[in-house]
Design a protein around this ligand. Sequence first.
Ligand SMILES: Cc1cc2nc3c(=O)[nH]c(=O)nc-3n(C[C@H](O)[C@H](O)[C@H](O)COP(=O)(O)O)c2cc1C
Length: 374
Amino acid sequence: MHDLRHRDRPTDYEQRGQAWPVSVAPMMDRTDRHYRFFMRQITRHTLLYTEMVTTGAILKGERERLLGFDLREKPLALQLGGDDPRELTECVLIAADLGYDEINLNVGCPSDRVQKGSFGACLMAEPQRVADAVAAMRQAVQLPITVKHRIGIDDLDTYEHMRSFVETVASAGCDRFSVHARKAWLTGLSPKENRHVPPLRYDDVYRLKRDLPHLNIEINGGVTSMDGAEHHLSHVDGVMIGRAAYDHPFLFAEVDTRFFGSQETPPSRRQVLDGLGPYLTGWHRLGIPLSRITRHLMHLFNGQPGARFWRRTLSENGPKSACDPGILQIAASRVPDSVLDHRPPVDRSKVDHSSVDRSNVDRSMAVPPSPVAC
Ligand SMILES: Cc1cc2nc3c(=O)[nH]c(=O)nc-3n(C[C@H](O)[C@H](O)[C@H](O)COP(=O)(O)O)c2cc1C
């Protein structure tokens, strides 16, 4: 059990979260440390999330495997699955010690396994329980505590229900609401179907921001382009992107200049590969099969000449023990230089893009922390 005594505890529920214009959604089996390191070669400022980790796994399992990360992945949010305030508190203390930047509570996952544990999306029916969990976590650490949830579940799917859920949880000091803009059916649909069958209801999320302008509201679901993200940003504070970030990672090459005001030149794919080389070497020396890393790189050249050879070479050689980090150069050998060296054009006029009134959202932490040097 961690000792609470030596920590600075907040005395009230001042808002500590910041509005990240763009983040990559938590995704099981996808947003592991290797994927995150890869994404960090493409965007330095986007907020990244872990996969969901349950409190039970953290408290009973192998912490290094579940929670270990490279400091260069920051800014990084840990997503927790759980509902017990004491267990959640223990977990956030561990996360704070490890250096995570934020904690996110999963109130959006509809899987059976999660429901059996009585957490995830089914918690949308119990706003006070979520509020108690948020309050306990806030009391324990200074880190922003955020909640990812759905528009609704089953028959609790009206705008009024979502708003009331958000108001209850906000009163416990939740720093940001990441709203997957579709409801979830807890029975009858698989988690995968729950990600595309229920229709997207963006207007409900926009209305939430209009009605509760002091809250930090991030929209999620179905965003596949940065023009789409920019459109949402005229209504809400942030945009969380999941599947498109995995299937089209290089979309994020323009994010730092377009949404975070970075003055740095956007990266080329060649630079991404150069950044990954030493990383692969380091893990190779530890005897880790490189396929654990290369499986996340498959889509780097999607739609470009040489992409098929890239994917085939990585999938055929990554699992082999003899495969060494030079595999990236071999796999990219049929990609033309013009593709390897291409960078997204910089249009700085788009940085101040949003007309949403965010004047009430607390901006005290609004400057993203500088990334740890690579
Ligand atoms: C493979 C996969 C795994 C996911 N795992 C999680 C998870 O661990 N926690 C979570 O809150 N959402 C999870 N999600 C949902 C995403 O975070 C996101 O809400 C959803 O995919 C909708 O966003 P998108 O349309 O941009 O993909 C997962 C989605 C996918 C595709």
